[in-house]
Ligand binder design. Sequence first.
Ligand code: 3PG
Length: 203
Amino acid sequence: MSLLDLAPVVPVVVIDDVETAVPLARALVAGGLPVIEVTLRTKGALEAIARIAAEVPDAVIGAGTVRTSADVSASVGAGAKFLVSPGTTPSLVDGLLASGVPFLPGAATASEVMALAERGITELKFFPAEAAGGLPYLKSLAGPLPDVRFCPTGGIRLETARDYLALPNVGCVGGTWLTPADALAAGDWDHVRRLAAEAAALR
Ligand code: 3PG
């Protein structure tokens, strides 16, 4: 089954305190969102991925903000089950293809999408979704590039997610709105679980 079809929404998570990783993942899974992207933007990100992989078996844990082949190896080594990148370089694509796990490379233009499709990659992250043109832009890509499907991410919230999910070339959407920094700092896992449940109900 495609990564794009496992859940309607992929929480994009920035983990500052590694101790929050496991309760956070449990809250997202309990709310109905098992596919979780931990961004490699903080010092503890790899450790967070490793802990979630070990302690939250129902989560499908992945790494986001993957920018280099070294990031690919480190993420898979930590236990990441999938990889997401904000954009794409030729060497990163080589690393992703060799990784042995599913991945969503970032693209924002028809040319970038075509370059990836040439390499056999037709499931992508559309980033930064809202800033790059949002719904009408993605709708326009579906005409000439109907075989490519996306996980749009960047500026999407609960209120706009439903419209993205209605597009034929969208499998799921990603976003940070499910894990607000203040809820993480306060350890308010019930709030996170409720946000996840609202998002899971989108489909
Ligand atoms: C990403 O890397 O996908 C973005 O940082 C998502 O963030 P946002 O949902 O807050 O726009």
